[in-house]
Design a protein around this ligand. Structure first.
Ligand SMILES: Cc1cc2nc3c(=O)[nH]c(=O)nc-3n(C[C@H](O)[C@H](O)[C@H](O)COP(=O)(O)OP(=O)(O)OC[C@H]3O[C@@H](n4cnc5c(N)ncnc54)[C@H](O)[C@@H]3O)c2cc1C
Length: 464
């Protein structure tokens, strides 16, 4: 190797060492938007997510009710970011942040606490469902947050019908065919409506011993209305439409107990083998990792440039952050996360390019929507209040547009068109991954010790 080559290799190494590193934790709406905004920036980006895929959460209820397959509303993160040559995607669970040393700690396949240094950090770790201090409910009432949750709920719903068909003692049928949703926000309303249509259309003629249309769908909420964050006229319209679909609504009643026999609400038991939790959400523990000020729910209070007070190099975006605008905290919705992620990426890009920082972040509200069954949605945008078919068309168009790739858009559009025309749902499989036949018969795979596996690559990629 001649001297010129050695100099150019040394130069490249030096350049890499000088290039600021941005670590993004979370490949959801906020994290992906940040990574995209940094795609052409003079920085090295490492995006870490505990899963290998981005989940389009607004359509999870359609997986739970067998409209879509999981692969139709989620996409591999590395595929979404494949054009970002400066970006490395790592699958691992972040467990903490050391603000002094400027590194995050990651657990990967077989190692714990691997330090990953950063110059800039964007935390976009979202939220989980919250049982309001009653974590014991979770065992009986799963929540809907990720793909595995949606498949588990789909299994539960379909299994209830299978069990009822097989069960000769008809006295057990009512509790098998009662489905309870706890929480009348958008997820509860969307799921209840989809389930009501599912049992009355797709499942109607498939059973011989039971009548699926006799299924009871119960929606319970402690508040006075469903869709409380919407204008009263839209909440009422949604409630009326749910009732038309046959959903039984219990308002102003908090659930006191959830167990294997159903729920106790207002002192009375409603027997059910399928209870689904669609109530509160709790943010990720990012606030604890940072030792930062949080609101009562645990969301990190951030500055108007989305940085953490006292740490201009750390940004928190999306559901795990809280920021007031016009005297009110911004909602935990996908648009807020996306706009914040984009802003944080843009700000870092400008700093890396030695340019002026952008103006403080301001959320542009494009409106909110909830779908209440086939051909019916409610839409609220500024002063506009819409409900019915037009709102549903807007909902369908916007949701298709925001899916992560063109192939998903085409696939979901065709699936919806098929469902709309025929009422048939393609994803009615009960899949219990823990009981795969091969897992029961084949010998277990050997433990991974090969350091040239992705784990070893993680070590070399992450250590600066
Ligand atoms: C069922 C459901 C329906 C919804 N419907 C709508 C809707 O119709 N419209 C709307 O606007 N909003 C809707 N939302 C809310 C919206 O999805 C969220 O506001 C949005 O996803 C927030 O984006 P985020 O980037 O903050 O978090 P997320 O999109 O949740 O992404 C967080 C990411 O961080 C990763 N992660 C978390 N912790 C760690 C860790 N420790 N280490 C590594 N990775 C980690 C997760 O795997 C995930 O990929 C819905 C939410 C749910 C659950």
């Amino acid at each position: 190797m001649n001297d010129a080559n050695v100099t150019s290799i040394d130069g490249a190494r030096e350049q890499k060492a000088k290039t600021p590193r941005v670590v993004i934790v979370g490949g959801g709406f906020g994290g992906l938007a940040a990574a995209k905004a940094l795609g052409k920036a003079p920085v090295e980006v490492i995006l870490i997510d505990r899963t290998n895929h981005h989940v389009f959460q607004p359509l999870l209820y359609q997986v739970a009710t067998a409209v879509l397959a999981p692969s139709q509303m989620s996409a591999p993160i590395r595929e979404v970011l494949r054009r970002n040559k400066n970006t490395t995607v790592i699958m691992g669970e972040v467990t903490g942040v050391d603000k002094e040393q400027r590194c995050v700690f990651v657990n990967d396949v077989d190692r714990e606490h691997v330090p990953v240094p950063y110059d800039y950090l964007i935390l976009a770790t979202g939220a989980r469902h919250s049982y309001f201090g009653h974590d014991e409910f979770e065992k009986f009432a799963p929540g809907l947050k990720g793909v595995a949750d949606a498949v588990a709920i789909r299994n539960k719903i379909l299994s209830a019908f299978e069990q009822a068909e097989a069960e000769e003692d008809i006295a057990t049928h009512p509790e098998l065919l009662t489905f309870i949703l706890v929480g009348g926000g958008p997820t509860g309303v969307e799921l209840a409506a989809a389930l009501a249509i599912f049992v009355r259309t797709s499942l109607r003629s498939d059973f011989r011993r039971i009548d699926p249309t006799s299924a009871r769908i119960v929606l319970i909420d402690g508040g006075r209305n469903v869709l409380r964050t919407y204008a009263p006229s839209l909440s009422e319209a949604a409630e009326f439409h749910l009732q038309k679909l046959g959903v039984e609504i219990h308002l102003g009643q908090a659930v006191e107990k959830v167990d294997g026999e159903g729920v106790i609400v207002a002192g009375e038991r409603i027997a059910s083998k399928t209870v689904i939790w669609t109530a509160g959400v709790a943010p990720s523990p990012a606030g604890k990792w940072l030792g930062a000020e949080t609101d009562r729910a645990g969301r990190v209070r951030i500055n108007h440039d989305l940085s953490v007070p006292g740490n201009p190099e750390i940004f928190v975006v999306g559901d795990t952050a809280t920021l007031d605008q016009d005297g009110k905290p911004l909602a935990g919705v996908a648009q807020v996360a996306m706009q914040q992620g984009r802003y944080a990426g843009k700000l870092i890009r400008r700093r890396a390019e030695g340019r002026k920082s952008p103006k403080p972040f301001r959320y542009f509200d494009k409106g909110t929507m909830a779908v209440v069954g086939k051909g019916y949605a409610v839409l609220q945008s500024g002063k506009i209040r819409l409900h019915g078919l037009l709102a549903w068309l807007a909902w369908a168009l916007i949701h298709i547009q925001f899916l992560a790739s063109l192939s998903l858009r085409v696939s979901v559009f065709l699936q919806w068109a098929w469902l709309f025309l025929t009422g048939h749902r393609g994803s009615r499989l009960i899949v219990n991954y823990q009981q795969s036949e091969s897992a029961q018969t084949a010998s277990p795979p050997p433990a991974t010790t090969d350091r040239a596996t992705p784990v070893a690559r993680l070590e070399t990629t992450l250590t600066k």
